[in-house]
Design a protein around this ligand. Sequence first.
Ligand code: C2O
Ligand code: CU
Ligand code: CU
Length: 475
Amino acid sequence: MVKRRDVLKMGAAAGAALALPTERLLGSLAGPDWQVDAFARPLPIPQVLKPVASLADHDHYRLTVGEGVAEILPGVRTPVLAYNGQFPGPTIRARQGRPVRVTVTNRLRTPTAVHLHGGNVPQDSDGHPSALIPPGDSRTYHYPNIQRATTLWYHDHAHHMEAQQVYSGLSGLYLIDEARPWLRLPEGPHDVPLMFRDAGFTDEGHLRWELFGQPNRTTVLVNGAPQPHLRVRRRRYRLRLVNCANERPFRFRLANGAEFTQIGTDGGLLPRPLRRSEITLWPAERADVVVDFSPYAAGTQIVLENADGEVETARRVLRFDVVGDGPEPDGVHIPATLYPAPAPRTPTVTRKVVLSFDAANGVFLINGKPYDANRIDFTVRRGDTELWEISNVDTALQIPHSLHLHLVQFRVLDRDGVPVPEWEAYPKDTVSCPPGSTTRILVTFDSPYTGVYPFHCHFVDHSSVAMMAQMRVVP
Ligand code: C2O
Ligand code: CU
Ligand code: CU
């Protein structure tokens, strides 16, 4: 294991296009970082949380948020924030139609709020940035699971603190399992969650935190480990790719040219499976993919690359090591129709959302305003379909943004007038907004819930510096 101050200096320039204001970037290149033995460590799989009670009408889980220690770099004890002491947090496995309650106890020295990202949940269970759990307190969240089976994730959402708290470890997966038994997707050990994020380290190997510290976060962690390997058999695997990074977009591909079959996106299965050689995921986006390892001989090593990685530890992120003697029937059946999308409805309301950076004050703005918990930006009627036109006007500094809406899944129509590809259309809860772009989305407020919900950029360093707004859904 070596520190790699010098490697970092050379490589960081490549990441600059995605980074924040130039002066901050240049000021932060001096830091140390670490390098580990590539692909030495097996991929950790987050533990599936057991309910503390399974009652007639719901499963009850407990999460304790607190300070913990994780071995991220070999032999180094790194202080982290953790759910149930785990980095990343445990996975909650829910079932469509079966409600879940999660009681969260806060043992941090700071407030927390837990948000179920992509969840169709009542307002008082949304983890709104002002609905805080003070240190020492508990809160029970109700998740009805009245939505498609999909890959959701939970994370900290305490306003002004979410960037640091998420970075320090406060995220975990929440999977809603399919209630349609005829869909025979790979399962059990062949259904593998892959949570990607990046991190930078201090000389002692502690997580190095600074707001807008993206240029220093050059080590990508997969389920909390840098450059792990996963032994796979010669069969099909379902991989749930989740971008949990504060600010890093990923562009994944398999080094040997193997393809992904994408079956799902943020909010559930796509209308049909799509062959893809490259998958781009911006912060908070998910892709549900199937990869077939049966064509490869035992001993084949296939690196999952992030084509935009500026250094080795950000580029070669995971290696699949094919083991096993021969192909075995895997029983998997991926039908040609997965989940037909609902017909788009005609919008009755059109809104503009302008994303910008106020360089003078160092804050990010939505429609020219910083977040104000006491202001309602949009009032929307439950059941309505709205057209939102989202423009990222930060062309001078080339700052990327995204937009995430709580409560609902939406349809992405087009970007700069060009219809988006099928894999990006529906169901989505987070959409990328590159510098200078205008993206149109069609949102049907088809949730039964009303109340105040946030929408914000999911570069969480931006949202924690005011790039957030609120909508009130009224009956
Ligand atoms: Cu994943 Cu309001 O965020
Ligand atoms: Cu969310
Ligand atoms: Cu942003």
